[in-house]
Unconditional design. Structure first.
Length: 265
Protein backbone atom coordinates (compact mmCIF):
# COMPACT_ATOMS: atom_id res chain seq x y z
CA UNK A 1 0.00 0.00 0.00
CA UNK A 2 1.46 3.32 -1.00
CA UNK A 3 0.59 6.88 -0.09
CA UNK A 4 -3.16 6.57 -0.50
CA UNK A 5 -5.22 9.64 0.27
CA UNK A 6 -8.81 9.46 1.49
CA UNK A 7 -9.23 5.89 0.31
CA UNK A 8 -12.63 4.34 0.94
CA UNK A 9 -12.61 1.06 2.81
CA UNK A 10 -15.01 -1.31 4.50
CA UNK A 11 -14.06 -2.63 7.90
CA UNK A 12 -15.72 -5.75 9.19
CA UNK A 13 -15.52 -7.04 12.75
CA UNK A 14 -15.93 -10.82 13.08
CA UNK A 15 -16.36 -13.39 10.33
CA UNK A 16 -17.39 -12.09 6.93
CA UNK A 17 -19.11 -13.73 3.99
CA UNK A 18 -20.49 -12.79 0.59
CA UNK A 19 -24.21 -12.08 0.30
CA UNK A 20 -26.31 -10.90 -2.68
CA UNK A 21 -26.22 -7.26 -3.81
CA UNK A 22 -22.59 -6.84 -2.74
CA UNK A 23 -23.44 -6.61 0.94
CA UNK A 24 -21.48 -7.91 3.91
CA UNK A 25 -22.63 -9.48 7.15
CA UNK A 26 -21.16 -11.07 10.26
CA UNK A 27 -21.97 -14.34 11.97
CA UNK A 28 -21.97 -12.46 15.27
CA UNK A 29 -23.74 -9.09 15.21
CA UNK A 30 -21.81 -6.22 16.73
CA UNK A 31 -23.19 -2.97 18.17
CA UNK A 32 -24.00 0.00 15.94
CA UNK A 33 -23.11 -0.15 12.25
CA UNK A 34 -22.33 -3.40 10.48
CA UNK A 35 -20.16 -3.19 8.47
CA UNK A 36 -18.21 -0.27 9.85
CA UNK A 37 -16.24 2.21 7.78
CA UNK A 38 -12.53 2.90 7.69
CA UNK A 39 -10.42 5.51 5.94
CA UNK A 40 -6.73 5.30 5.10
CA UNK A 41 -5.67 8.94 4.88
CA UNK A 42 -1.92 8.85 4.43
CA UNK A 43 -1.06 12.45 3.72
CA UNK A 44 1.66 13.94 5.91
CA UNK A 45 -0.64 16.90 6.61
CA UNK A 46 -4.27 17.11 7.74
CA UNK A 47 -6.27 20.35 7.71
CA UNK A 48 -8.94 21.27 10.25
CA UNK A 49 -11.66 20.68 7.66
CA UNK A 50 -10.21 17.28 6.80
CA UNK A 51 -10.04 16.41 10.50
CA UNK A 52 -13.75 17.16 10.86
CA UNK A 53 -14.52 14.87 7.94
CA UNK A 54 -12.23 12.11 9.18
CA UNK A 55 -13.97 12.16 12.56
CA UNK A 56 -17.09 10.76 10.88
CA UNK A 57 -15.43 7.39 10.25
CA UNK A 58 -15.25 4.41 12.61
CA UNK A 59 -11.55 3.75 12.09
CA UNK A 60 -8.90 5.91 10.46
CA UNK A 61 -5.27 5.34 9.57
CA UNK A 62 -3.08 8.45 9.62
CA UNK A 63 0.60 8.74 8.92
CA UNK A 64 2.67 8.65 12.09
CA UNK A 65 4.10 12.09 11.27
CA UNK A 66 0.72 13.66 12.09
CA UNK A 67 1.23 12.76 15.73
CA UNK A 68 4.57 14.57 15.80
CA UNK A 69 3.68 17.60 13.66
CA UNK A 70 -0.01 18.08 14.46
CA UNK A 71 -1.08 16.24 17.63
CA UNK A 72 -3.90 18.76 18.02
CA UNK A 73 -5.49 17.31 14.88
CA UNK A 74 -5.75 13.87 16.48
CA UNK A 75 -7.13 15.36 19.68
CA UNK A 76 -9.73 17.28 17.65
CA UNK A 77 -10.84 14.11 15.87
CA UNK A 78 -11.22 12.27 19.18
CA UNK A 79 -13.14 15.20 20.69
CA UNK A 80 -15.64 15.02 17.82
CA UNK A 81 -15.85 11.23 17.86
CA UNK A 82 -14.70 9.72 21.18
CA UNK A 83 -15.35 6.16 19.98
CA UNK A 84 -13.17 6.40 16.87
CA UNK A 85 -10.19 4.07 16.48
CA UNK A 86 -7.04 5.85 15.25
CA UNK A 87 -3.98 3.90 14.16
CA UNK A 88 -0.78 5.16 12.62
CA UNK A 89 0.79 4.07 9.36
CA UNK A 90 4.24 2.46 9.63
CA UNK A 91 6.14 0.62 6.91
CA UNK A 92 7.76 -2.57 8.16
CA UNK A 93 10.68 -2.55 5.77
CA UNK A 94 11.38 0.80 4.11
CA UNK A 95 12.29 4.36 4.92
CA UNK A 96 12.59 7.60 2.99
CA UNK A 97 16.09 8.44 1.83
CA UNK A 98 17.90 11.57 3.03
CA UNK A 99 16.67 14.78 1.48
CA UNK A 100 16.81 18.46 2.37
CA UNK A 101 13.10 18.47 3.20
CA UNK A 102 12.96 15.31 5.32
CA UNK A 103 13.68 16.84 8.74
CA UNK A 104 10.94 19.45 8.41
CA UNK A 105 8.31 17.42 6.55
CA UNK A 106 8.86 14.10 8.28
CA UNK A 107 10.81 14.56 11.53
CA UNK A 108 9.99 11.06 12.82
CA UNK A 109 11.46 9.47 9.71
CA UNK A 110 14.48 11.76 9.91
CA UNK A 111 15.06 10.84 13.56
CA UNK A 112 14.75 7.13 12.82
CA UNK A 113 17.09 7.46 9.85
CA UNK A 114 19.71 9.11 12.05
CA UNK A 115 19.89 5.96 14.19
CA UNK A 116 20.76 3.67 11.29
CA UNK A 117 24.01 2.60 9.69
CA UNK A 118 24.55 1.33 6.17
CA UNK A 119 24.40 -2.24 7.47
CA UNK A 120 20.72 -1.78 8.31
CA UNK A 121 19.80 -1.31 4.66
CA UNK A 122 19.04 -4.02 2.13
CA UNK A 123 21.57 -4.22 -0.72
CA UNK A 124 21.88 -5.73 -4.16
CA UNK A 125 24.86 -7.92 -4.99
CA UNK A 126 26.72 -4.86 -6.36
CA UNK A 127 26.33 -3.07 -3.02
CA UNK A 128 23.65 -0.60 -4.09
CA UNK A 129 20.63 -0.07 -1.88
CA UNK A 130 17.37 -1.80 -2.76
CA UNK A 131 14.38 0.46 -3.48
CA UNK A 132 10.82 -0.81 -3.80
CA UNK A 133 9.10 2.60 -3.90
CA UNK A 134 10.36 5.97 -5.19
CA UNK A 135 12.42 8.01 -2.71
CA UNK A 136 12.66 5.13 -0.25
CA UNK A 137 15.23 2.47 0.58
CA UNK A 138 14.46 -0.93 1.98
CA UNK A 139 15.73 -2.19 5.33
CA UNK A 140 17.12 -5.63 6.02
CA UNK A 141 14.60 -6.98 8.51
CA UNK A 142 16.74 -10.07 9.14
CA UNK A 143 19.15 -7.88 11.12
CA UNK A 144 18.80 -5.42 13.99
CA UNK A 145 16.01 -3.51 12.21
CA UNK A 146 13.54 -5.99 13.71
CA UNK A 147 14.46 -4.56 17.12
CA UNK A 148 15.12 -0.95 16.10
CA UNK A 149 11.74 -0.26 14.49
CA UNK A 150 9.48 -1.63 17.26
CA UNK A 151 11.51 0.15 19.93
CA UNK A 152 11.38 3.45 18.07
CA UNK A 153 7.65 3.19 17.41
CA UNK A 154 6.96 2.31 21.03
CA UNK A 155 9.16 5.06 22.50
CA UNK A 156 8.50 7.89 20.05
CA UNK A 157 4.99 7.23 18.72
CA UNK A 158 2.80 4.96 20.84
CA UNK A 159 4.07 6.45 24.10
CA UNK A 160 2.36 9.75 23.23
CA UNK A 161 -1.03 8.23 23.97
CA UNK A 162 -2.44 9.59 20.72
CA UNK A 163 -2.79 6.26 18.96
CA UNK A 164 -4.75 3.03 19.42
CA UNK A 165 -2.17 1.07 17.47
CA UNK A 166 -0.41 0.76 14.14
CA UNK A 167 -1.11 -0.30 10.59
CA UNK A 168 2.05 -2.11 9.56
CA UNK A 169 2.55 -1.94 5.80
CA UNK A 170 4.55 -4.29 3.56
CA UNK A 171 4.14 -7.31 5.82
CA UNK A 172 5.61 -9.84 3.41
CA UNK A 173 6.04 -13.57 3.75
CA UNK A 174 8.90 -13.50 1.23
CA UNK A 175 11.19 -11.00 -0.51
CA UNK A 176 12.17 -12.26 -3.96
CA UNK A 177 8.77 -11.69 -5.54
CA UNK A 178 8.96 -7.98 -4.70
CA UNK A 179 12.57 -6.98 -5.40
CA UNK A 180 14.21 -10.05 -6.88
CA UNK A 181 17.11 -12.03 -5.46
CA UNK A 182 18.89 -10.10 -2.71
CA UNK A 183 20.64 -13.10 -1.20
CA UNK A 184 18.08 -13.73 1.54
CA UNK A 185 15.99 -16.93 1.40
CA UNK A 186 12.27 -16.27 1.38
CA UNK A 187 11.76 -18.43 4.47
CA UNK A 188 14.37 -16.39 6.35
CA UNK A 189 12.61 -13.16 5.39
CA UNK A 190 9.25 -14.50 6.56
CA UNK A 191 10.72 -15.62 9.86
CA UNK A 192 12.25 -12.18 10.39
CA UNK A 193 8.90 -10.53 9.66
CA UNK A 194 7.31 -12.67 12.35
CA UNK A 195 10.04 -11.66 14.79
CA UNK A 196 9.41 -8.00 13.98
CA UNK A 197 5.71 -8.41 14.76
CA UNK A 198 6.52 -10.32 17.95
CA UNK A 199 8.74 -7.46 19.09
CA UNK A 200 5.97 -4.93 18.47
CA UNK A 201 3.54 -7.07 20.44
CA UNK A 202 5.96 -7.56 23.33
CA UNK A 203 6.71 -3.84 23.68
CA UNK A 204 3.12 -2.65 23.24
CA UNK A 205 0.77 -5.54 24.08
CA UNK A 206 -2.30 -3.29 24.26
CA UNK A 207 -1.77 -1.67 20.87
CA UNK A 208 -3.66 -2.87 17.81
CA UNK A 209 -1.47 -4.29 15.05
CA UNK A 210 -3.15 -4.30 11.65
CA UNK A 211 -1.03 -5.79 8.88
CA UNK A 212 -1.13 -5.13 5.14
CA UNK A 213 0.38 -7.89 3.05
CA UNK A 214 -0.37 -11.23 4.70
CA UNK A 215 -2.89 -13.04 6.91
CA UNK A 216 -0.45 -15.73 7.99
CA UNK A 217 1.54 -14.04 10.74
CA UNK A 218 0.55 -14.45 14.38
CA UNK A 219 0.31 -11.55 16.80
CA UNK A 220 -1.70 -9.29 14.51
CA UNK A 221 -5.22 -8.06 15.28
CA UNK A 222 -6.28 -7.26 11.76
CA UNK A 223 -5.40 -7.29 8.10
CA UNK A 224 -5.82 -5.01 5.09
CA UNK A 225 -6.95 -6.55 1.82
CA UNK A 226 -5.58 -3.96 -0.57
CA UNK A 227 -7.41 -3.09 -3.82
CA UNK A 228 -10.18 -5.56 -3.02
CA UNK A 229 -11.10 -7.78 -4.84
CA UNK A 230 -8.00 -7.87 -7.04
CA UNK A 231 -7.21 -11.41 -5.86
CA UNK A 232 -10.77 -12.61 -6.42
CA UNK A 233 -13.87 -11.98 -4.35
CA UNK A 234 -14.42 -15.48 -3.01
CA UNK A 235 -10.74 -16.23 -2.32
CA UNK A 236 -10.36 -12.97 -0.38
CA UNK A 237 -13.45 -13.61 1.73
CA UNK A 238 -12.22 -17.14 2.43
CA UNK A 239 -8.90 -15.73 3.64
CA UNK A 240 -10.76 -13.21 5.80
CA UNK A 241 -12.88 -15.95 7.34
CA UNK A 242 -9.82 -18.08 8.06
CA UNK A 243 -8.00 -15.15 9.65
CA UNK A 244 -11.02 -14.25 11.77
CA UNK A 245 -11.46 -17.83 12.92
CA UNK A 246 -7.83 -17.81 14.10
CA UNK A 247 -8.62 -14.74 16.23
CA UNK A 248 -11.94 -16.22 17.42
CA UNK A 249 -14.06 -13.49 15.90
CA UNK A 250 -12.11 -10.56 17.32
CA UNK A 251 -10.34 -9.46 14.15
CA UNK A 252 -10.30 -6.32 12.06
CA UNK A 253 -10.60 -6.93 8.32
CA UNK A 254 -10.24 -3.86 6.14
CA UNK A 255 -11.37 -4.36 2.57
CA UNK A 256 -9.72 -1.55 0.64
CA UNK A 257 -11.71 -0.75 -2.47
CA UNK A 258 -12.34 2.09 -4.87
CA UNK A 259 -15.25 2.17 -7.32
CA UNK A 260 -17.65 -0.68 -8.00
CA UNK A 261 -17.04 -4.12 -6.53
CA UNK A 262 -17.79 -7.05 -8.86
CA UNK A 263 -18.80 -10.25 -7.10
CA UNK A 264 -17.44 -12.46 -9.90
CA UNK A 265 -13.94 -13.91 -9.53
Amino acid sequence: MKRLRAALLLIIFSTVFFAPAISFAATKPTPKIQPRRANLFLSWTVTDDEATQLAQWDLIVLDAEIGRLHPEIIRKIRAINPSIIIVCYISSNELHTPASWLASAAPLRAELLSQLTESNFLHHADGSRVSFWPETNMLNITGSWQQILPQFVNDKILSTGLWDGIMLDNVWESISGYVGDVGIPNATWGSAEQSLINNFHQLAPNALIIANGSTKFSGTDGVVFESFPKDGFTSTINLANKFDKKLKGNSFMILNTAGDVNSED
